[in-house]
Design a protein around this ligand. Structure first.
Ligand SMILES: *Cc1c(COP(=O)(O)O)cnc(C)c1O
Length: 377
């Protein structure tokens, strides 16, 4: 039996980070400022400069980052928030928590990113129906690649909508040689352990170039507080990033670029080994992926199951992102008008994610490739 390959190997990464990680964390235990300690501000400054944004606000999770960004726009009942049907649940959950209605938009069959044409026609439909007020677009950078930001910005400007970048999966990716973080009115990311820049717990951040919004986000992050601690200006939340996570992330940031390069190498190795037998991921033009996820397309769900089982028998894990598009989920289908979102539905039946993390060895990647080749002989 072959040794198990891991889908994510945080143990190996921890060993690689070694003493630096321990020292960073020990310093927090020494000063005991566990909430908004100095590491949080240090991390915010480093992340802002990493993506070339004016402001970064560290928050408790990617989901809370979306919530704070939408609360700042006063998104609420009667508002329509447009987002892709093919994404993680959090993107659709937050508008609903705030009383707004998610409008599910189909995706591009090659890049799996939100389809600007379908977005445009969805906005037109909502305006025509005249029950909901179009308020915001959430573009999601899916799997590590950027959404079509040039087009999304045009649509948002023309329609006068707030544009949010859900960059939870793609921190570190770039478009036109610029790191994602400044493509929309605000950008959020997540430090969930499996994301490209992952902590050892929950965490997230919001990026903006608008000083007033930055102040508002900081206030919302701490119960709507004002300039002094017990002045409450607005309804906020407990949405702070904790100091220990910031310390972990500061250590990880030191080797983040190397990790991104390693992920790119693995993606290329997969491409070479698999291009002739399955559909490999298409690249978004003029971009560099953060390779949160490397997904291939198989011919149908039976084919996918066959590949998945063959790999599992060889101790190779795979995952399906996402087995059901959001407009078909029990929690969300009542917010959908019943129309077929053809590409989201088709892709969800055929997509399969292979292991991709910086500590995979070339031999392990080869084992995955050979196992997939075997199914096709
Ligand atoms: C992970 C993820 C989130 C939520 O981030 P958390 O930190 O887990 O709350 C939001 N959107 C997308 C697309 C994600 O993948």
């Amino acid at each position: 039996m072959n040794d198990p390959i891991l889908f994510l190997d945080l143990k190996k990464q921890q060993r690689r980070l070694g003493e630096n990680l321990k020292q960073r964390v020990d310093r927090v235990f020494d000063h005991c400022q566990f909430i908004l300690g100095p590491e949080v501000q240090e991390l915010e400054e480093r992340l802002a400069s990493y993506v070339n944004a004016q402001y970064c606000i560290g928050v408790s999770s990617g989901t809370d980052a979306i919530q704070i960004a939408l609360m700042a726009e006063e998104v609420g009942p009667g508002d329509a928030v447009f987002l892709p049907a093919f994404t993680y649940t959090a993107t659709a959950e937050v508008p609903l928590v705030l009383g707004a209605t998610p409008i599910f938009v189909d995706i591009d069959p090659k890049t799996f990113q939100i389809d600007p044409c379908h977005l445009q026609s969805s906005i037109a439909r909502i305006r025509e129906e005249n029950n909901l007020r179009p308020k915001a677009i959430i573009g999601v950078d899916l799997f590590g690649q950027p959404a079509p930001w040039d087009k999304l910005r045009d649509i948002a400007a023309r329609e006068n909508l707030f544009l949010l970048d859900d960059c939870a999966q793609s921190f570190g990716a770039s478009l036109h040689y610029k790191k994602l973080g400044c493509e929309a009115d605000a950008t959020i990311t997540s430090f969930f352990p499996s994301k490209p820049l992952g902590g050892y717990g929950d965490g997230g951040a919001i990026f903006t170039n608008d000083p007033e919004k930055a102040e508002l986000y900081r206030s919302l992050r701490t119960h709507g507080e004002g300039k002094t601690r017990y002045q409450v200006l607005r309804t906020g939340m407990n949405g702070r990033l904790d100091t220990l996570q910031a310390a972990v992330l500061l250590t990880k940031l030191d080797c983040f670029d190397e990790e991104l390069q390693r992920r790119e190498m693995i993606a290329q190795q997969y491409d070479q080994g698999l291009a002739s037998i399955v559909e490999i991921p298409a690249r978004v033009a003029n971009s560099q992926s953060a390779w949160a996820i490397y997904s291939v397309l198989l011919s149908d769900s039976e084919h996918r199951q066959k590949v998945q089982e063959h790999l599992k028998a060889q101790n190779i894990p795979t995952a399906i992102y996402y087995p059901l598009p959001l407009h078909k989920q029990p929690a969300y289908r009542k917010y959908h008008n019943g129309s077929i979102l053809m590409t989201s539905e088709d892709i969800s039946e055929r997509i399969l994610a292979l292991p991709i993390h910086p500590d995979l060895t070339d031999e392990e990647v080869n084992r995955v490739i050979m196992a997939i080749q075997e199914v096709h002989q």
